[in-house]
Structure formats: structure tokens, C-alpha cells
Design a protein around this ligand. Structure first.
Ligand code: HEC
Length: 168
């Protein structure tokens, strides 16, 4: 009896997971609007450079976290915060171009991302390593969250399926 029940439960759980997957896929399909192709070559280049330096900083932050090197974490996290593409080196024309390409949701994610980096830097300055772990994981969340919505052309693994007409 017990065996049947747990099997049923397993089937139920499996069905729920599949249904949740379908729902998520439907939502993802609607929001699948990579921002890269909408950017001017100049903005795309700047974003790419920012991302590569962010990636480098995140690696160094992890190095710092695992040995309790608070100054390293603080410096690198602060650098991510300061690299805010919206605040640095954008001409008036760039800003207009960015506003045309970016949805409010994208700008919100970008803002939250840089704010999280700031909070991570602050918790490192206070030598609060538990809080550093918390904000570090939030930082990684924001990478995945944004990439899975706005960089599926660059990182197709997030989209679960290749867009139509691009299967090669
Ligand atoms: C608000 C959105 C957003 C957030 C947050 C974000 N990214 Fe990105 N990232 C993008 C977009 C959009 C692209 C694709 C740019 C393109 O089309 O060239 C990208 C591309 C990249 C690339 C590839 C760059 C290249 O040109 O090869 C790396 C590496 C990267 N991101 C790292 C990170 C890391 C690490 C984090 C988190 C710590 C992060 N990103 C957070 C939007 C974001």
C-alpha cells in the first residue's frame, strides 16, 4: 500500500514539475528578447567589456570569500558597482540609444545588480562574512536572472530550446 502511495505521489510530483516547466517555458518565450541585437555597436561593445570585467571581479570575490580576504571582496564588489554602464562613460546619444533598446525591466535588473554589488562591498568593509555570502549568492542570481531573459542569444543554454529557424 505504502509503495503504491509513494509511487502515486511521485507521479503527481512529476506531473507538477512538468506543468511548472511548461508554464515557465511559456513565460520565457514571451520574454525572450535578447537585448544585444537591439544595441548600437558602441553600446554592445561597452556592455561586453563591462560583463567581462564583472566576470573577472566575481571570480576574485570568490577567491576573497573563501579565505576571508575582506579588502579583496570589498574592492572588487565596489568595482562592479562603479562599472554601472548607465552611469559611466555614456554620451547623451548613448543614453538615448540605450533607452530605445532597453526595457524598464532590464534597467531595473541592472540597477538591482549594481546595488547588490554595493551591499556586498559594504558587508565586506564590515567584515561580516555571513552577509557577504548572502550578497554573493544574490549577485550570482542576478547574472543568471538577467542572462536567462536578455542574453539568450549569447547564452542559448538558458532558453531550453533554440529559437525557431536557428536550429543548426
Ligand atoms: C541586467 C542584465 C545583466 C546582468 C545583471 C548581468 N549580465 Fe552579463 N550580460 C548581459 C547581456 C545582455 C549580455 C549579452 C551581451 C551581448 O549581446 O553581447 C551579457 C553577457 C555577459 C558575458 C559575455 C560577454 C562577452 O562579450 O563575451 C559575460 C561573461 C557576463 N555577461 C557575465 C556576467 C556576470 C558574471 C554577471 C553577474 C555577476 C552578469 N553578467 C550580470 C546582461 C546582464
Amino acid at each position: 500500500m505504502k509503495f503504491i502511495t509513494s509511487k502515486r505521489l511521485a507521479a503527481y510530483v512529476a506531473a507538477m514539475i512538468i506543468m511548472a516547466g511548461i508554464t515557465l517555458e511559456a513565460i520565457a518565450a514571451e520574454d525572450l528578447q535578447p537585448i544585444g541585437p537591439k544595441l548600437t555597436p558602441r553600446l554592445k561593445q561597452m556592455l561586453s567589456e563591462e560583463m567581462l570585467s564583472v566576470k573577472q571581479a566575481v571570480k576574485m570575490i570568490l577567491d576573497g570569500l573563501i579565505v576571508g580576504d575582506h579588502p579583496l571582496v570589498a574592492t572588487q564588489a565596489q568595482q562592479i558597482h562603479d562599472s554601472f554602464i548607465l552611469a559611466r562613460g555614456l554620451t547623451e546619444q548613448d543614453k538615448k540609444d540605450l533607452m530605445k533598446a532597453a526595457t524598464p525591466e532590464f534597467l531595473k535588473l541592472d540597477g538591482e545588480f549594481h546595488l547588490t554589488a554595493k551591499k556586498l562591498a559594504d558587508s565586506a568593509l564590515r567584515k561580516d562574512y555571513e552577509l557577504q555570502r548572502f550578497y554573493y549568492s544574490r549577485l550570482v542570481d542576478s547574472c543568471q536572472n538577467c542572462h536567462s531573459q536578455y542574453a539568450t542569444d549569447k547564452f542559448p543554454a538558458f532558453s531550453g530550446a533554440q529559437p525557431e529557424g536557428h536550429s543548426h
